[in-house]
Design a protein around this ligand. Structure first.
Ligand code: NAD
Length: 479
């Protein structure tokens, strides 16, 4: 009987929490616009104006919250995003909705986003004290941030941006890619429910019911949005940088991986196949072309075929693959084949893949579209070079000045240093798969917004904050 009472008390407590959450969300409705009633709709607005207005109200309330509260809210986002059933759901729904990627790999990516994104601890205060008193410089909120998210990492980006942006005291309006609308709206609602349970101000994380380019443009132009963060291709990065607002642009890459004659070839082959096939090559950081020194090129190709790569050597098959996945004239990838399984691509050109095939490789010249373009497919062009110095020059050329990511396999510290210095990428991974640069099997925190063009690099809470100086004259120096 006592057990029954306890159960009922727990259930009543939960229902009361839900009701309080709904009421608190409802309280914002009149001020902020027409949010639909019911906890399943939290954070979703009919118009961009309403979404921004709600986020503005939320951010003003958030200013009153203590850091301890922010920490709890960040923990709530981590918890709701990393529940095993939610990880599974997000991964499956994303693959289903976008038609791209790999469920198991998306589970890993989302888990790292939830667990590895820095929180409030990222905001370290600088202080100066002396005869003239005490001065601090603290990381402080921007206000409402407009965040534009890609199809390739839709939920990962929402998780890591929500954590970083809320940790820094902001609210956020998401403008997701229309092709990832369903899963993004689901996640925004789950985050809102989790935040409401912690008693957070309603609408710290919001979006619109119908994401579109028009809504993204409305968000970028809205005076209530103080900062823009674009995670996507060159078009949207340029768009946010042209607004006149503070903008963070996390754009495209074309990461080269260079292998020299001193490398552990067996390991390099394994790492490259693992990195380039991760989520079917969707990550902007994934190996997009291989540059192999002549002395080891054949061995590398052979080793890669031993760990899941299918090599195309037949000219007719190569042509069939080009015709399938490239636009007319080879000017870039056809969207419908982006993020597909290697086996699906092979079957589409009439090749039966061996079980376990994860990647397609082909030796080509440096001007081949498989090398020049960011395909985001598990296809790697391999270019042979006479020596490592030529390889470094070619890697710089193929990176196209994106300053995004590069990878090198070598035991020659001098050449590793030379490559790192000259290529100037935000991420430079040495002797590992590309995803080590995201903190997956490499040291360092996780993020899925890597801002090469605007220079923040791997973004975290401090990237979404303003530096503000606070000066007390003459006192509080106790030295
Ligand atoms: P995309 O550029 O097509 O779309 C990204 C977002 O921008 C979407 O929400 C889309 O709706 C919006 N958008 C695009 N063009 C727009 C316009 N003209 N006006 C208004 N909104 C616009 O990119 P995608 O296919 O979703 O993602 C893949 C691209 O993003 C790749 O180039 C990849 O390298 C890059 N990316 C970069 C990072 C990074 O951290 N640097 C992370 C993920 C993806």
């Amino acid at each position: 009987m006592d057990a029954d009472k306890e159960l009922i008390a727990t259930l009543v407590g939960r229902i009361m929490e839900e009701i309080t959450a709904q009421q608190s969300a409802g309280g914002q409705q009149s001020a902020a616009g027409q949010q639909h009633a019911g906890s399943s709709e939290l954070g979703i607005f009919e118009s961009m104006d309403d979404a921004v207005a709600a986020a503005e109200v939320a951010q003003r309330q958030y200013l009153e919250c203590k850091l301890e509260a922010r920490r709890r809210y960040v923990e709530a986002i981590r918890e709701v995003s990393s529940r095993p059933e939610h990880l599974e759901y997000m991964a499956r729904c994303t693959v289903e909705e976008t038609g791209m990627g790999n469920v198991e790999h998306k589970i890993i990516k989302n888990r790292y986003a939830a667990e590895g994104t820095p929180g409030v601890e990222d905001l370290v205060t600088d202080a100066w004290s002396g005869d003239d008193g005490l001065t601090t410089v603290e990381y402080s909120a921007y206000g409402v941030i407009g965040a534009i998210t890609p199809t390739t990492n839709p939920t990962e980006t929402v998780i890591c941006n929500s954590i970083g942006m809320l940790a820094a005291g902001n609210s956020v309006v998401f403008s997701p890619h229309p092709r990832a609308k369903k899963i993004t709206l689901w996640l925004v609602q789950e985050i809102n429910k989790a935040l409401a349970k912690e008693g957070a101000p309603a609408n710290l994380v919001v979006t619109v019911r119908e994401p579109s380019i028009e809504n993204t443009n409305a968000m970028m132009a809205h005076p209530g949005v103080r900062m823009l963060v674009a995670t996507g291709g060159p078009g949207i990065v340029k768009a946010v940088m042209s607004t006149g607002k503070k903008a963070i642009g996390a754009g495209a890459g074309n990461p080269p991986v260079l292998v020299d004659a001193t490398a552990d070839i067996e390991k390099a082959a394994q790492d490259i196949v693992d990195g380039a096939s991760f989520d079917n090559n969707l990550p902007c950081t994934a190996e997009k072309e291989v540059i192999a020194c002549d002395a080891i090129a054949d061995l590398l190709r052979f080793e890669m075929t031993k760990c899941g790569a299918h090599e195309i050597t037949d000219a007719a098959q190569l042509k069939a693959l080009e015709d399938l996945v490239l636009k007319e004239g080879g000017s870039g990838p056809r969207t419908e084949w982006v993020g597909k399984d290697a086996a699906v691509l092979l079957e589409a050109i009439g090749v039966t893949p061996r079980p376990g095939t994860r990647l397609i490789i082909a030796e080509v010249d440096k001007d081949h579209p498989f090398v020049q373009h960011e395909l985001m497919m598990p296809i790697l062009g391999i270019v042979r070079v006479p020596d490592v110095d030529t390889g470094i020059e070619l890697a710089i050329e193929l990176e196209h000045g994106n300053r995004h990511t590069a990878i090198m396999h070598s035991r020659d510290v001098t050449k590793l240093t030379k490559m790192g210095r000259l290529i100037q990428t935000t991420i430079f991974v040495k002797n590992g798969p590309s995803f080590a640069g995201l903190g997956i099997g490499g040291e360092g925190f996780s993020t899925f917004t890597i801002a090469g063009p605007t220079g923040e690099g791997l973004t975290s809470a401090r990237s979404f904050a303003r530096r503000r100086r606070c000066v007390l004259v003459g006192e509080l120096n106790v030295r």
